[in-house]
Design a protein around this ligand. Structure first.
Ligand code: SF4
Ligand code: SF4
Ligand code: FES
Length: 257
């Protein structure tokens, strides 16, 4: 018998993974309908080659249930809008191959963020509030910008470090995985620490460490962080959150002495 024709213990020939029947148990809830109660709904589909969770959800919505709510824009891991809980772990639907999932998968919306409906949450509203609070834009000492001036030079290594932190897609996975964020809504989360780290690195930003300490030197910031690094483990862009959080904690702890 060839290796490809080997049978299971019960004598049946196993199906190739591309012919699996997948079951998605989806947490359904519409907070806009007062009479609605949260419930699980199961959908079955046939797996296709190279299928992503995003493609599977689209197929379900197109062929079985147009009322199913979930978000997407780019389908390429760039917009950050398709994050959801996949078997209890926050991840991007468009970057999750169904071949990496078991035959039965449970899907739920990200916790912490305002629920819009089913798998759709309002990460944008929270991200905007966090950005305004941490003032995540360049604070220069200059007045009017002279647009005819040549670009300021920056060492390539430093530009690379800043670019690395700028790769954040604001998906919310790090916040959804964070124990502190589940306990306090005013915690800035790893995404907030990443923003601070990014602007601290940037020599064009005129803010001092005292200014940054004023923003994150308390329990809503670095001192609320338990350093268990679930954020680092789930970040779909593999940002160096562990390094940046450790650095900020050491720096801010020294300033608070
Ligand atoms: S730091 Fe990573 S997990 Fe957190 S919002 Fe940015 S990309 Fe998403
Ligand atoms: S290390 Fe800090 S920010 Fe990251 S998940 Fe843990 S408490 Fe949250
Ligand atoms: S749809 Fe944009 S990150 Fe998934």
């Amino acid at each position: 018998m060839s290796a490809s024709a080997q049978t299971h213990g019960n004598g049946s020939i196993p199906k190739p993974r591309s012919q699996r029947q997948l079951v998605f148990n989806v947490l359904r809830y519409d907070p806009a309908r007062p009479e609605a109660v949260p419930r699980m709904q199961a959908y079955k589909i046939e797996e296709a080659d190279s299928m992503t969770l995003f493609i599977a959800l689209n197929e379900i919505r197109e062929q079985q249930d147009p009322t199913l709510q979930f978000d997407f824009v780019c389908r390429a891991g760039i917009c950050g809008s398709c994050a959801m809980m996949v078997n209890g772990r926050p991840q991007l639907a468009c970057r999750t191959l169904t071949s990496a999932l078991p035959e039965e998968t449970t899907l739920a919306p990200l916790p912490f963020f305002e629920l819009i409906g089913d798998l759709s949450v309002n990460t944008g509203k929270w991200m905007r509030g966090m950005s305004e609070r941490l003032q995540t834009w360049l604070h220069t000492q200059e007045g009017e910008r002279d647009l005819r001036r040549i670009e300021e030079r920056m060492e390539p290594e430093l530009a690379e470090q800043i670019y690395e932190m700028d790769r954040c897609v604001e998906c919310g996975c790090c916040v959804a995985a964070c124990g502190t964020a589940q306990m306090r809504k005013d915690f800035v989360g790893a995404v907030g620490f990443g923003k601070i780290a990014r602007f601290r690195l940037d020599p064009r930003d005129g803010r001092s460490d005292d200014d940054f300490y004023d923003m994150i030197g308390d329990d809503t910031g670095v001192f609320g962080c338990m350093s268990l690094l679930a954020c680092h483990d789930v970040c779909p862009k593999s940002l160096p959150l562990q390094t940046q959080i450790a650095f900020l904690r050491r720096k801010m702890a020294a300033m608070g002495l």
